[in-house]
Design a protein around this ligand. Structure first.
Ligand SMILES: *Cc1c(COP(=O)(O)O)cnc(C)c1O
Length: 366
């Protein structure tokens, strides 16, 4: 029987232990832990990697979204258009900013925001659109940006699952006003704790974010804005600096595994992810659809392959958001997808034998 964990973060650390241990020891020896040189260096390097002018390190991906919304002037009484087919923090950030989420349904192939449904959800209170580059693939950004420009809305990209993804040659996070990344440990680029960044090419926006993340303080203890405490610390920045040069090869390996999975699993009638034209998918997750998910998942587990569901309940049907289920959030595709999706193990450290073992288990589980 196979023994394939859904993920195993120890493997990556073991493969690069000297570099990571050295980066940590260096921070400890320098004795500077918040807003130091490693953060500045990482902000510059990650922004350059994305092709944005500025990077502002923050405490998490949720905080990146929250602070970007606040910096764009979104607050109580405002509405923000997003999707319910996402990880809940996308929506937590909108709520935390004091705004009300208005959801649109998804494209049936990519499972990302369906641009054709956005205009119906715009009201005089709408201030921003938050598309989510779900599972590692960018949302269909051109029509989203066109609507936003025409209707005077800000666009804040949720790039938490899309490090290295691109759309028609443009990197995730560089198409809207701001791009928000998470470095939660399991993401394609992960810290050893919580961390996030906002990238932007808007200088005023980046400067406002720097103030907001640090109690609203500017140099000289002026406080132009009511702020927060949300900073990417030096230890995480040093670890991320050590890891960033590997991101491309890790993403390439994910794509290689996906090619192997897709070829074998499609023949079995399993619906595999599709890379839409013009998009570079980085496969944060490998999410398939099967006819009888419960029995397939149970059989996979019995054959020693761990799987997961991203996400079992759409946000608009969660108890915390019960007030939203009545207000025009009629989302048939999002709702039906939640009962079909299943994520198979996908991380760069999986070897070909393990990939073949997952495929063999799938054959026996149908
Ligand atoms: C992980 C994730 C976030 C939140 O990131 P944290 O760093 O955990 O706060 C937001 N949006 C999506 C789509 C995510 O997957």
């Amino acid at each position: 029987m196979a023994n394939i964990p859904f993920r195993d973060l120890r493997r990556q650390y073991q493969a690069m232990k000297p570099a990571v241990d050295g980066a940590i020891a260096d921070v400890l020896a320098r004795g500077r832990f918040i807003l130091g040189e490693r953060l500045e260096q990482f902000e510059a390097e990650f922004a350059r990697y994305c092709g944005a002018n500025y990077g502002v390190g923050v405490g998490s991906g949720t905080e990146a979204l929250h602070l970007a919304l606040v910096a764009c002037g979104v607050g109580p009484g405002d509405e923000v258009i997003s999707v319910s087919n996402t990880c809940v923090p996308t929506v937590s950030a909108i709520s935390f900013a004091g705004a009300t989420p208005a959801f649109v349904d998804i494209d049936p192939v990519t499972y990302t925001m369906e641009p054709g449904l956005i205009e119906d959800r715009i009201t005089p209170r709408t201030r921003a659109i938050v598309p989510v580059h779900l599972y590692g693939q960018c949302a269909d950004m051109d029509p989203i940006l066109e609507i936003a420009r025409r209707r005077g809305l800000r666009v804040i990209e949720d790039c938490a699952q899309a490090h290295g993804a691109s759309y028609k040659g443009r990197m995730a996070g560089t198409m809207g006003d701001a791009g928000c990344y998470s470095f939660y440990p399991t993401k394609n680029l992960g810290a050893f704790g919580d961390a996030g960044i906002v990238v932007s090419s808007d200088r005023a926006l980046a400067e406002k974010l720097r103030v907001l993340r640090n109690y609203g303080r500017t140099e000289g203890y002026a406080h132009p804005h009511k702020g927060f405490n949300s900073r990417l610390d030096e230890l995480q920045a040093a670890i991320l600096l050590a890891k960033l040069p590997h991101l491309k090869s890790w993403n390439d390996r994910r794509r290689q595994i996906v090619a192997r999975y897709t070829q074998a699993l499609t023949e079995l009638g399993i619906v595999c992810p599709i890379e839409a034209p013009g998009r570079h998918h980085v496969y944060h997750l490998f999410v398939v659809r099967v006819a009888d998910r419960a029995s397939f998942q149970a059989a996979m587990h019995a054959h020693g392959v761990a799987t997961w569901i991203h996400y079992p309940v759409p946000v608009h049907l969660l108890e915390a958001y019960s007030e939203l289920s009545e207000s025009g959030n009629n989302l048939p595709l999002t709702t039906s997808l939640a009962s079909q999706v299943l994520s198979l193990p996908l991380y760069p450290e999986l070897d070909d034998h393990e990939v073949d073992a997952v495929i063999a288990a799938a054959k026996r589980s149908l």
